[in-house]
Ligand binder design. Sequence first.
Ligand code: ADP
Ligand code: MG
Length: 729
Amino acid sequence: MSMLRFKVVEEAFKHKAVGVEEPSERPSEYFAKYVFNREKMFRYLPKKIYDALVDVIDNGVPLNREIADSVAEGMKKWALEMGATHYTHWFHPLTDGTAEKHDAFIEHDGKGGVVEEFSGKLLIQQEPDASSFPNGGIRNTFEARGYSAWDPSSPAFIVDGTLCIPTIFISYTGESLDYKTPLLKALNSVNKAATEVCKYFDPKVKKVYSYLGWEQEYFLVDESLYAARPDLVLTDRTLMGHDSAKNQQLEDHYFGAIPSRVTAFMRELEIECQKLGIPTKTRHNEVAPNQFELAPIFEEVNLANDHNLLLMSVMRKVARRHNFRVLLHEKPFKGVNGSGKHNNWSLGTDTGVLLFAPGKTPSENLQFITFIVNVMTAVYRHNGLLKASIASATNAHRLGANEAPPAIISIFMGKQVSEILDKLVTTTGDDVVKFSGKEGFSLGVAQIPQLLRDNTDRNRTSPFAFTGNRFEFRAVGSLANCASAMIALNAAVAYQLQEFKRKVDDLIVKGEKKEHAILSIVREYINESKNILFDGNGYSEEWKAEAARRGLDCKTSVPLIYDSYLSPESVKMFTDTRVLSKVELYARNEVKWEIYAKKIQIEARVLGDLAINHIVPVATRYQSLLLDNVFKIKSLFPAEKVDLIAEQDMEVIEKIAGHLLIIKEKVHKMVEARKVANKIDGKREKAIAYHDTVAPFLDEIRYHIDKLELVVDNEMWPLPKYRELLFIR
Ligand code: ADP
Ligand code: MG
């Protein structure tokens, strides 16, 4: 009997909800307790320094050394009072997650003792060894050193006694080696471009913010069961496992009550998040069993993304206190819904106008149409790139599966907006756009209802959907750093708005009335990009064929999808907006290809080991029991009865033999394919080889293992089964 599996199942059943200590203070009091936010800055910094720092944060004024020293002093005082002993520069390397190197707050005092030390220099800059992080060859050509530099726009915070300072991470020669640097550049670029366009409508606009509200989906698995699944431990997903008789058919999980162990976990997570200033708001069950979701109130993109990265690490920690492991993989279980991280994204002005929200006046509505259409055109022109920005070895399992957006980017606009766009292009001139008196003009279409949100029939099959006052980029994966998608999207929209502005200005110079000029370019854009709009069922086969006819990017191989980053249009867009240089783009793709190949390599190794050392021996043992049984039947019963009595055992014996044969053969071939792939020098070619020649074996081998699971004695099966992983909580 499989001792380990039954032992862990028993343990898992015994796990009870862990008590959560409710804070004695109210949420408004403990919210951001561990964050050096403006309130603390005000308290711990001299007024003059506080004002200067706010200017740095709000207006991007350069930071001088004197201010930095004073800020560091105040920050240190606060951190020591909060019990912090260490500090770290916290950054986002090109792997998943975050990196930190802790230093204690102590320095020699010159008298044989130590003093708590933290200067402006340490706050502003550190030199982590860039060679320990993926850099796509940048360090080979230049220098191993890398710099991390303070990002004052995201506040420092304390986790487990360590003061974490959000930083960017760049090479000695200034190339970005992280996600944050290009993200900040993309946000800056979209701010500038959108502000210019806003001035057509309201000259008072000085700044445009980009907002992000992510929805984090995840699975929880009991920790004991997790420990008995080497595939989960090493790859974050199950590489084998037959469907459970029941999974999500009844959809009872989505509407059901949250299990008490999970409620306790969620509650503690919420409290921890709020202390870190993450404005978590909703929590609920998701469609699949043991799948859940958490979403905060949206924030400015850079901060929202720091919060998401922080959340993912806090989640992992809190889960362990509740005897759970959290799975952030996009598709931990085959045949069960995957996890995404919908990126709700919008632009809003410093005057408080959400640019994707229809307004009350005709002028506001022209502004609304202008921004919607520019987004539409940017997404159309860069649809391949946007797909590349969310593509990964792990997300590939989710996209294109039958319950997730396809690997094709399209926009769901909803009936009302689509009708308006249609009307704008099918009618020309003044029957749609009436210019009248002081009001300027009217859009001819009846007032665009302000509350589109309630009216936008939610199309869950669209990877990029308009939802009333924002777009929801649904293709983003649960494990991803949102920055990847946000860099591509904000940069593409910035680039688009720059072009729009140039074209409109040209017409105005030629004597066109402003509104006419705007509408004429808007019409041109709608005509060019209407092929990106699709309101139908994105999961259907017809859509794939239709999308190909429309010329949208339909590639499904992740290594090839990454090529879009290096297309002439992408390179031009990224370099013109100064978000990423050509060197950076090439280096980053090297990293992407390398990570892709490594992930498949690890999965292949793990599956090979599980197949040969866990499954094959057990199935062989069971087969031998059956053989034994048949022998005994033969020795006891007369020949004419043997056939009948032993027939079924004989069939199973043959079945097992068949599967075992194929499994061994495929594992052998997979190893050979890996050997060939490993010898390939180029990162791109190696990733392609892993995709084309190694990855297919994962599915093929799994198929036969899953068949064995159905016939081998349950008591002997070594790995926790889907019904145990998905339903014990
Ligand atoms: P749903 O599941 O219906 O899409 P949720 O409430 O789960 O909605 O999540 C919506 C997310 O979108 C939240 O994070 C919310 O703060 C965010 N959001 C709402 N309005 C905006 C906006 N204008 N810009 C960006 N994010 C937004
Ligand atoms: Mg949503």
